[in-house]
Design a protein around this ligand. Structure first.
Ligand code: ADP
Ligand code: MG
Length: 327
């Protein structure tokens, strides 16, 4: 227990920050000035561009109230690392603006535990933030670097490119919907983990820089996010629903194949990478991906046009429009 905490209650903001967020460990030599002053001072390697992303998660909007605080700490950083991964960029530092309805020691121990476990795995340092009273919400801004011209945009897909996805889309939304289930079986527990602890594909995203022609991370559902990529690139795509990498766990908790496909296409919270690769580079992708801890699957082909056309074993497949709406 941090010694600054008396009888389970932290009194002021400075004490709270020192007790839970200002750590001697986990620092980086490129942090010239971290937590404790009015702003952080960070040093980019010469010859690199700064890459910045921000995401907010709010209780009741982005995660249900029963989400464990450790998973909330993980999530607020994971969704941001996922954005940098989708740019093919190396994350370095992050800041955290945290709104808390009340200060509870157990909550902060768990939240910081989840946050720093992930930060330390990817070597990113917390360099500042803000702490306020309010409905539970966390905003993280992550900064990273990339060589000029090396970031992967959404706009680079051309006809003939393959459409690829990492991991098992649909698992996270299933885990979220089944979160309150009593006595979960092994498959359900595994799906819970997919929702609670999304794994940002940082190394995979970095490896895809210079190989993927376009990329984004799936947060609002595969089909919805695919539309964003196609629109940005000014192309369409032909896709095969039967090629979707439905996990054994998702199949197990699902009544029908149709339902599993709908969750994979229209669910959300996947934080997997969706990207396009030129046909000539597919063997290079295969060599790279052979070393990844996550599968990559080719689900279709970029074509001229402007829409995603899904087939299921030769017949047109209509994707239900249940994607996450921001407003
Ligand atoms: P100011 O009022 O000057 O912005 P604060 O008292 O809000 O300063 O914060 C003091 C220091 O603690 C600053 O360096 C700020 O970046 C950092 N900080 C505040 N909240 C957090 C947090 N939740 N996580 C990490 N650093 C934080
Ligand atoms: Mg402040």
């Amino acid at each position: 227990m941090p010694s600054a905490v008396a009888s389970g209650v932290v009194v002021d903001e400075q004490t709270l920050i020192r007790a839970f967020f200002d750590r001697a460990s986990g620092q980086r030599p490129d942090v010239i000035l971290g937590i404790g002053d009015d702003a952080a001072v960070l040093r980019l390697d010469p010859g690199f561009d700064l890459v910045v992303a921000t995401d907010t998660i709010i209780q009741g909007v982005h995660f249900p109230p029963e989400t464990p605080p450790r998973a909330i700490g993980h999530r607020c950083l994971a969704v941001n690392l996922s954005d940098l991964a989708a740019m093919g960029s190396q994350p370095l530092w992050f800041s955290l603006a945290l709104a808390l309805p009340q200060v509870e020691e157990w909550f902060l121990v768990e939240f910081a535990g989840g946050l720093f476990a992930l930060a330390d795995r990817f070597g990113v340092a917390l360099v500042g933030g803000d702490t306020v009273r309010g409905p539970l919400a966390a905003t993280v801004t992550v900064q990273g670097q990339a060589r000029p011209g090396q970031v992967v945009r959404r706009s680079g897909a051309s006809p003939g490119d393959g459409v690829w996805v990492t991991g098992h889309p649909g698992d996270a939304v299933a885990g979220r919907l089944l979160l309150a289930k009593k006595n979960p079986d092994r498959a359900t527990r595994s799906l819970h983990q997919c929702f609670l602890y999304p794994e940002p594909r940082v190394q995979e995203g970095l490896a895809l820089a210079g190989l993927a022609t376009a990329m984004l991370d799936i947060s609002d559902g595969l089909n919805n996010d695919l539309s964003k990529l196609l629109q940005a690139s000014g192309v369409g795509a032909e896709l095969e629903a039967a090629a979707l990498p439905i996990s054994a766990e998702l199949r197990q908790v699902q009544g029908s194949e149709q339902q599993a496909l709908e969750w994979a296409l229209a669910g959300g919270d996947d934080y997997e990478l969706l990207f396009t690769v030129a046909a000539a580079d597919e063997s290079r992708l295969g060599e790279l991906a052979a070393h990844w801890p996550v599968p990559v699957t080719r689900i279709g082909t970029v074509v001229r046009g402007s829409e995603a056309r899904w087939q299921h074993q030769g017949r047109q497949f209509l994707v239900p429009d249940t994607a996450f709406r921001h407003f």
